[in-house]
Design a protein around this ligand. Sequence first.
Ligand SMILES: Nc1ncnc2c1ncn2[C@@H]1O[C@H](COP(=O)(O)OP(=O)(O)OP(=O)(O)O)[C@@H](O)[C@H]1O
Length: 450
Amino acid sequence: MMNMVAGAERNGMTNAGWTQAKTGIGRDVGAHNYKAWIEPLSFVSLEEGTLRLTSPTDFIGKWVVQNFSDVILQHVAAAGVPASRVVCAAAGTPTATAPARPTMRTENSLDRRFTFDSFVVGKSNELAHAAARRVATGDSVSFNPLFLHGGVGLGKTHLMQAIAWELADTQPDIRVMFLSAEQFMYRFVQALRDKSTMDFKHLFRTVDVLLVDDVQFIAGKESTQEEFFHTFNALVDQGKQVVISADRSPAQIGDLEERITSRLQSGLVVDLHPADYELRLGVLQHRVETFAARHPDFRVADGVLEFLAARISTSIRVLEGAVTRLFAYGDLIKREITVEQAQDVLGDLLRASEKKLTIDEIMKKTCEHYNLRMSDMTSSRRSRAVARPRQMAMYLSKKLTPRSYPEIGRKFGGKDHTTVLYAVRKIEELIAADVQIAEDAELLQRKLEG
Ligand SMILES: Nc1ncnc2c1ncn2[C@@H]1O[C@H](COP(=O)(O)OP(=O)(O)OP(=O)(O)O)[C@@H](O)[C@H]1O
């Protein structure tokens, strides 16, 4: 412990700094959230950009990281020590994750929760599920590649990872590689830099099953596309299975070479549709049953899940956010949760779902506020008078709608998702450092949510 504290002081963050940050966090999250989540946290260290905290339970730690990382990092930066990551677990819990199986190579560790067992099947995803199941048998299938597409949070990544887990569990000798198209590009660029493209090619061409998530990312990136195309052809020609996901169908991905589009269409292209009421209810029931099996105290009154399934129709990810919050609440009150309490605890989520705030409305209000034209939002003009408000609108779009970075980029005149990511970070930094920007953001948010 002594060492950790000394390390933390070397990096400029002390318990006093953390206490100062906590006060600021309290102002932002409100008294209720502060008492439940922030107050019980203890500072451990801040080293190499990672802020380590301990929480009374792992559940609280996980919840804090999921929901409050941004605000915590903002106030830690305001206390003078920038950090980029929050790690929070019950005291004494090891934070290292289990190593992946040797035959399963993944860039981002696979999530053990994303299996076929935890995937709820309904009308909107049954074809995608059936196709994924077939691929996961490891037998040769008549369609190659399998191309899964659909809007945000509808289960594409979940299905891809389920295939990877199933293969790893049932056929450990099969070499499976799961990664996002973005990671594919970074590895490729790295190989170019290190003059190790032969190793790169060898690595990708000797897998048995290649799963690439979010392939729309390579649109417009010529040499990555080229390399992807060759990898793809080499694997398919050897009879190895390729599975791809994207937020659009191959034909709708602009800036993709014609030969790649037609290659992507040459197997089975399956659309995941938005979840209907029954599927939403099924997902909620599944989550609650799984949670309740481990937390026998957790109970929800009749009608709570039906109420949520009816009111939240944006994406399964939003639905999951809601149910996770209920778990946390149940963990605190240790009583059955009523519909009224659910309404209360999920007020902001329900309002957001109700209002279905669109990116267009956010752009419009931002333009009114800064006295700009709508065309300024989609243009590439870099002068600060235009670029800053555009960044503000991107930030608000990420904060107030369930849209992903790539979707927001597209709305703002086809910008890359990294531009949006940068804009969000920039505005977050400025909110912490510049009173005017903080006021603008608050005012606009109030107007939009009003
Ligand atoms: N049918 C389903 N059954 C159970 N959970 C689901 C289902 N569909 C989605 N989910 C859950 O919803 C969350 C979002 O799913 P996922 O990450 O797979 O979405 P996605 O389609 O890849 O979206 P994005 O492109 O935004 O990443 C995950 O936690 C996933 O487990």
